[in-house]
Design a protein around this ligand. Structure first.
Ligand SMILES: O=C(O)CCC(=O)C(=O)O
Ligand SMILES: [Fe+2]
Length: 156
């Protein structure tokens, strides 16, 4: 997997932390989990473009996967879309919840749209390939694991 190093300003970090707190509040309300029981897990920005090719199944999102298995600790996943599937931003890249025997539920990425779901086997999903442009999203996860909670610094 390829990682890029980016320096953020203090203001950008504060904006990110504020978004992350709001994401946690949303998960708490939507799933009825007290805020104290939710800890921030991994967060990452993703850029997907049409030329990106998978090296391994863990390199990409467009294979079907379950987040708890893929990342180990996720209890709840949030996806915040940072641009929109249209002719100006990118094409393709729909998010698919895969129905077990039924129809898939398709989410069109749209700037500011939030998708939140429990991360385990009940929600296998994948992303369709991007055919043009660059698709940008923020994946932010929360854990309820006591071990993970103890390993995290107390929220500020
Ligand atoms: O970007 C998306 O729509 C989904 C990404 C995803 O499945 C993941 O981060 O595990
Ligand atoms: Fe995922």
């Amino acid at each position: 997997m390829e990682f890029k190093s980016i320096s953020f300003t203090e203001k950008q970090v504060e904006a990110y932390l504020s978004v992350r707190r709001r994401l946690r509040d949303q998960i708490s309300q939507l799933f009825g989990v007290p805020v104290e029981g939710l800890r921030h897990d991994m967060t990452f920005f993703s850029h997907i473009n049409g030329s990106k090719k998978a090296q391994t199944v863990h390199d990409e999102y467009w294979h079907s996967h379950v987040d708890t298995e893929q990342y180990g600790t996720f209890a709840y996943t949030t996806l915040l879309y940072l641009n929109t599937a249209n002719k100006d931003d990118f094409q393709g890249g729909q998010f698919l919840f895969e129905g077990t025997g039924g129809a898939d539920a398709v989410v069109e990425p749209r700037y500011g749209r939030l998708v939140a779901f429990s991360s385990d086997a009940e929600n296998p999903h994948k992303v369709l390939p991007v055919s043009s442009g660059v698709r940008m999203a923020l994946t932010s996860a929360f854990t309820c694991s006591q071990k993970e909670i103890e390993a995290f610094p107390k929220p500020g």
